[in-house]
Design a protein around this ligand. Sequence first.
Ligand SMILES: Nc1ncnc2c1ncn2[C@@H]1O[C@H](COP(=O)(O)OP(=O)(O)OP(=O)(O)O)[C@@H](O)[C@H]1O
Ligand SMILES: [Mg+2]
Length: 259
Amino acid sequence: MFDELSRKLESKVDKKLSSKSKKRQLGDGFKKGKTINEVLDKPTVMTLYKMIADHVISYVNGAVSAGKESVLFWGVDENKKDVALKIYLVGTSNFKKRESYITGDPRFSSLKKGTKNMVYLWAKKEFRNLLQCHEAGLPVPEPILVTNNVLIMNFIGTDGAPSKTLLGSQVDESDYLQSISLLQDLYQKAKLVHGDYSEYNIFKTDSRLVVFDLGSAVDLRHPNSHEFLKRDISNMTRFFSKRGIPVKDPDVVYGKITK
Ligand SMILES: Nc1ncnc2c1ncn2[C@@H]1O[C@H](COP(=O)(O)OP(=O)(O)OP(=O)(O)O)[C@@H](O)[C@H]1O
Ligand SMILES: [Mg+2]
């Protein structure tokens, strides 16, 4: 059973990754065989199988994007609605640096050691951050379920193609203002600092900006939250000024968000 599902998924991933455009999108650090084996290790396939058996999803369509620490799959639920499955790679060593985004957050005070536990906790943290934002009415992919290293959320895009990020979009001053007001809502309404707020982690849909990749987001009480917020603001300042858009003084923005 596992082997069959695993084989099916692997061939889909293979097909997807062998297309030219996909290779371009995958970037440098990607090692094909390694990632496929890491994503589809037996426990991950088991988790996916359970999600199908529990009727949370009906099937997995294929890989959409592969990063160093996670792979994003396009799935479909029983109502034929598209969902995004973010599968965190358990075999990656990059989770060491993530520890500092968890230690100090009072929501995650008991920390079990070991990479696998850290990866599972990171997935749970992203889920919780998404939920906190969604409940506060912020534009994020709606979180559906997290089990082990697999997080399911609403798919932002059409027919398995994710919406464009700010990086790949035409942007104007209203996008800058919206991105700052989103940061402010994150801080004031969801009580979070994103921690990795950049043109790579914000979708520009037809109607609005949608922020995602919230694994790094920390509670305002985290000792480094203000340092992270300053970095988030400076990422926006840098990106929009590079595109020739008038930006505000980052200190003034910081003051307004934290007032
Ligand atoms: N909810 C979603 N709906 C559609 N596509 C998504 C969704 N979440 C993420 N993606 C796609 O997957 C890519 C990677 O997602 P994300 O940024 O959350 O992961 P990551 O671990 O930071 O990966 P990377 O290292 O590539 O940044 C995004 O750039 C986007 O194209
Ligand atoms: Mg990202």
